[in-house]
Every structure is written in structure tokens, then in C-alpha cells.
Design a protein around this ligand. Sequence first.
Ligand code: Z5A
Length: 216
Amino acid sequence: MSSPARGRFITLEGIEGAGKSTVAAALARDLATAGIVVRSTREPGGTPLAEKIRRVVLERGDEHVSAETETLLMFAARAIHLDNLVRPALARGEWVLCDRFTDATRAYQGAGRGIDPQFIESLTSAVHRGLEPDLTLLLDLPVEVGLERARQRRLAAGEGAVDRFEAEARPFFERVRAGYLDIARREPRRCRVLDATRSPTEVCAAAVEALRGLES
Ligand code: Z5A
């Protein structure tokens, strides 16, 4: 019996409050309606062990965590996620929708924290082992809009505490946004930039449209 065609690997990126989770849910519904088996996942995390690393890396504890260590933790979680969830799902022919991936490391740890891009790219080639997303949707919006959405969502959920990244000030997120836009400029075949200031319905429709043609 022949093995199934490899699935598609789609990643969603953007600053906090960009609407990635909202778009991921809409894409998962659309693909399922088309009869495609979808695995929705996220980084850091996605498997039980990688979710433990997520808790460690997002928590604001008393002990100092350097930007290099933060980067290594992201890649440790990513290696587990790729081995135990992403690669097996793609091999079964499933489509993987991933809320954040390595572009987040390039944008947050690279552009945001100033980690050397060569350090990030050497870890990328060791951990990816040639796997790259088929498509990356970058939800772009002004930092103040994203941070306000995230603040409103926390208020509505009654969440007081902020994590290691939510605690950052606006200039950090400006660097992250610029870092993302730079990746999209350098990799136009893989990356599609969507204007995330539009209504959820409009952004989700643009995301669904961006996936057209990936089936062939
Ligand atoms: N991180 C890193 O540093 N390095 C890495 O390599 C990786 C991650 C992989 C956790 O990410 C943190 O990890 C992240 C970067 C770091 N920290 N930050 N910042 P996360 O993905 O779990 O957390 P997040 O980015 O903070 O996600 P989020 O705030 O949940 O944002 P979102 O998923 O993009 O947005 P949303 O939940 O869909 O929407 C936010 C709110 O806005 C919500 O109330 C929606 O109803 C509303 N919304 C959504 N779309 C719209 C539109 N179009 N209009 C109006 N309102 C909207």
C-alpha cells in the first residue's frame, strides 16, 4: 500500500493580540469542512512535555533566565513538538496548523532581545532538519492595537498576572513587529502578510483565501 501524501504545515505569527488563535480556529473549521484532517497546535508547547517547557519559559519567577536560555528552551520545546506531533501528523497526510513557530524565535529572541541571528539559525537547522512551513500567515497590526486587545481579553477573563512576554514594554513589541515584517520581506514565497486591523470576519476570510492552492 502506498503511503499518504505529506500533509501541509501552516504557521501563524504576529505580535500579542494579533488574532492568531481566532484565525487558527476559523481555518481549522474551513479545512475540516473541505474534508481535510487538521491538527491544531501551538508553540511553545503542543505535546505534554513541550507544554511543561512552555510553563517554565513563560512563568515570571525569581530566578534570572537569560535571553540565550530562553532561546534554548524554545528550541527544546520545538524539537519535542516536531518529533512527537508535527512530523508524524504530516507523514499521515494531516495538515498541521501551528500558532507560532521559529519565526517567533527570530522575532522575539532575535529582533526583540538581540540574540545573534546566527545562533538562532544554527539551532533552526539542527532542530528543523529540513522541515519548513509550507505557508506562514503573518497577522500584522500596530503594537498599540494588539496590546489593547490583549489587555481587554485579560480583563474579560479576569486574569491579573502577566507572563514574561506580556510584561515587556512597547518598544520591545515594536522591535518584534519590525522583525516579523523583515522576515516576510526576505521570504515572500513562504510568508503572507495579512492586515489584522480588519474585523475578525474579514481577517479570517483573507486567511482562508491565502490557503487556496495549497492542496495541489
Ligand atoms: N514566544 C517566543 O518568545 N519565542 C518563540 O519561539 C515562541 C513564542 C514560539 C506565548 O505566545 C509567548 O511566547 C508569546 C511569544 C513567546 N508572547 N507574547 N507576546 P502565545 O501565542 O501563547 O500568546 P500570545 O501571542 O500572547 O497570543 P494571544 O495574545 O492569545 O494573541 P492571539 O492568539 O494572536 O490573539 P487572539 O486570542 O485570537 O485575540 C486576542 C483578542 O483580540 C481576543 O479577545 C479576540 O477576540 C480579539 N480579536 C481577535 N481578532 C480580532 C480582530 N480582527 N478585531 C478585533 N478583535 C479581535
